[in-house]
Design a binder for this molecule. Structure first.
Ligand SMILES: Nc1nc2c(ncn2[C@@H]2O[C@H](COP(=O)(O)OP(=O)(O)OP(=O)(O)O)[C@@H](O)[C@H]2O)c(=O)[nH]1
Ligand SMILES: [Mg+2]
Length: 340
């Protein structure tokens, strides 16, 4: 079934390029041979009718749709048993442990920690410091965080995994994942938690314009790119009735919360058997989508909700606002969605 999905995506891209190229070439041909020929419908339709390429393109397009219908039929009951429908499972306790990643965030870490510490039900904020060489650790401690330091920078994904493992050592029933860069608001926790009574993981989306500060880092490329990646991911878990068990618009959003027992089900998926080595496919760029995918693969309920998103202060570590880097990250995520 996965093979068919990859074939569908690959052929869709190929056909899109072929169709658009055909239109552009013909528009060029028609415009160079005079507007009169375009308006004179008999010539226009003659050109289309006698074009051998056009017929093949139509055949290819029709075949793609047939393939898609086969796929849709195969997926009619995909993840459609009761475990993927409504369930109300109240939380036994609302104790929250927040895990926050930081690397040289001295400008914003204090305020960010304070913001999360003061939220209702938050019992502990753990800052995973990625071997910062500024005052991040000191400031995070002053703000009330429990800080875990590393002896070297082992990357974002390493901090993410470490934070989850540390959070499981507490008695929290809810684990919140966030970044220490001040772009997320602590008060959004209170919007996510209610959904945890029906779901296992609640993921934020930073795509709602009215919830974003004007100077936020989402530009046109990031927004369109993220929506495209979300669609690709949705198609991977497509079923014909609900168009997929999950609808995502922001595959890279790190701000999320998860029930303890749900995290316990997926935490082993991150590493190879009895080692600290990550499984293939995980890196700093794919760790967020890996976590979402792992939850879905384990038949957990995942929902995305709009959250607020602030301007990035301090120095961006990922460099996602640079087009070439954002493009490279996008390709990495496409590869992950298609092949892992
Ligand atoms: N990119 C990156 N971030 C890290 C690392 N270690 C910890 N972090 C922290 O994890 C968070 C990563 O957030 P990202 O959104 O990916 O990167 P960023 O630096 O915020 O850059 P923007 O994408 O511009 O927001 C930030 O709070 C970083 O300080 C690391 O090795 N790389
Ligand atoms: Mg950020």
């Amino acid at each position: 079934m996965k093979k068919l999905y990859v074939i569908l995506v690959a052929t869709f891209v190929a056909l899109l390029i072929i169709n658009i190229s055909w239109i552009i070439i013909n528009l060029f041909y028609w415009s160079s041979s005079g507007i009169q020929e375009v308006i004179s419908s008999s010539k226009l339709f003659d050109d289309i009718y006698y074009s051998s390429y056009f017929k093949w393109i139509v055949w290819a397009d029709v075949s793609w749709w047939i393939l898609f219908l086969v796929f849709a039929k195969q997926r009619r009951n995909f993840k459609s048993d009761l475990s993927h429908y409504l369930n109300h499972n109240p939380l036994s306790s609302k104790k929250i442990c927040v895990t926050m990643h930081a690397y040289n965030e001295e400008e914003v870490i204090e305020k960010t920690v304070q913001d999360f510490v003061k939220q209702e039900y938050v019992e502990k904020v753990i800052v995973i410091d990625n071997h910062s060489d500024d005052k991040t650790v000191e400031k995070a401690k002053n703000a009330g965080a429990h800080v875990i330091t590393k002896t070297s920078n082992k990357g974002y994904a390493h901090s993410w995994h470490m934070g989850l493992k540390e959070a499981l050592k507490t008695d929290a029933e809810i684990i919140v994942i966030t970044d220490g860069d001040g772009t997320y608001n602590g008060y959004d926790i209170s919007k996510m938690i209610p959904y945890l009574e029906n779901c296992d993981m609640v993921v934020g989306t930073r795509m709602a314009q009215v919830l974003c500060e004007k100077a936020n880092q989402n530009d046109t490329f990031l927004v369109w790119g993220n929506k495209f990646l979300g669609l690709l991911f949705q198609l991977k878990y497509f079923n014909s009735r609900h168009l997929g068990v999950t609808q995502l618009t922001d595959v890279g959003c790190s701000y999320r919360c998860i029930r303890r027992e749900s995290l316990e089900k997926i935490i082993c998926d991150f590493t190879k058997n009895d080692t600290d080595e990550f499984v293939t496919g995980i890196d700093d760029v794919t760790i967020t989508i890996f976590t979402t995918q792992s939850a879905i693969e384990n038949d957990l309920r995942v929902i995305e909700i709009p959250i607020t998103f602030k301007e990035r202060k301090g120095i961006s570590k990922s460099g996602v606002t640079q087009k070439n880097k954002a493009f490279r990250y996008g390709l990495q995520i496409i590869k992950f969605i298609l092949f892992y």
